[in-house]
Design a binder for this molecule. Structure first.
Ligand code: SF4
Length: 260
């Protein structure tokens, strides 16, 4: 990700963001268990790689298959690539994901001396985030998911669901560019620390089940009263749909490498 350019929401966009938070929370109530994020930071990092370009149900199911086949990370690290690829097939991009996970495990072992990211627990947020983004396959979004869901930090990951809903609901302009560090930092700053986790959970729930990339179900969306794109899915421009190169949990798209 490039050098951070300062980004700050206008007052009206911030009001929209706060109203969106309220509406989604009233409707969904932040059902954290539904997302199945992991308490262990290395588990969560691998889970993020599995989430690349697939939906929640599929990568949850691939996670179960992966852990059944490789209950310990050292067994996966030592397994033939082909066996790992076969296990990941249901989620798609299995070869790239298998290579990425093996590289991630190898780098983790080199950096920490074990297949564990528990060293992060003693680091400040910035240091932990830098550590994570130096590991193979982990973007700023993935790093902030680990910080938020495994380490209990007040991070706000901007994943594909969040970005798409923010653009459609008018929090972000239609020309907003996902791969700008400043945008990720600016949105994190705009969300009150205590609201970051529940808001992110609700955005993922809405993005996975209602504000779908191609055919959003506006009539049942809790944000329909404030969303300028409500009810006009056929007219949604490609930019307002959200960048189609970004899936629910992805940052970069390359069929040669996976960076979640
Ligand atoms: S009203 Fe429609 S376009 Fe707007 S956030 Fe909801 S589902 Fe998405």
């Amino acid at each position: 990700m490039g050098r951070a350019i300062r980004f700050r929401l206008r007052a009206s966009a911030k009001r929209t963001l706060q109203e969106l938070d309220r509406l989604l929370d009233d409707a969904y109530g932040a059902p954290e268990a539904d997302l199945d994020n992991k308490a262990d930071p290395l588990d969560e990092a691998v889970y993020m790689v599995l989430s690349f370009q697939t939906d929640l149900d599929r990568f949850r199911s691939v996670w179960d298959e992966l852990r059944a086949a490789f209950p310990a990370w050292d067994s996966l690290a030592q397994a033939p690539l082909g066996r790992v690829v076969k296990t990941l097939r249901v989620g798609g991009l299995q070869e790239q994901k298998a290579r990425t996970i093996k590289k991630l495990l190898k780098a983790t072992k080199q950096e920490t001396g074990s297949y564990s990211l528990d060293v992060l627990r003693d680091m400040e947020d910035d240091e932990a985030e830098r550590f994570l983004t130096r590991l193979p396959g982990l973007s700023w979004k993935a790093a902030r998911c680990v910080l938020l869901y495994s380490l209990g930090r007040d991070a706000f990951p901007v994943d594909g669901n969040t970005f798409r809903i923010f653009k459609r609901a008018g929090v972000l302009g239609r020309g907003s560019v996902y791969r700008r560090r400043g945008l990720h930092d600016g949105l994190q700053d705009a969300v009150e620390a205590s609201r970051r986790k529940p808001f992110h959970i609700n955005l993922v729930v809405d993005g996975q089940g209602t504000c779908l990339p191609r055919r959003p179900l506006c009539s049942s969306c809790p944000a329909r009263s404030i969303c300028p794109m409500c009810g006009v899915p056929a007219d949604i421009t490609s930019s307002a749909r959200g960048d189609r190169s970004i899936d629910s949990c992805a940052v970069t798209v390359s069929r040669k490498s996976v960076r979640a």
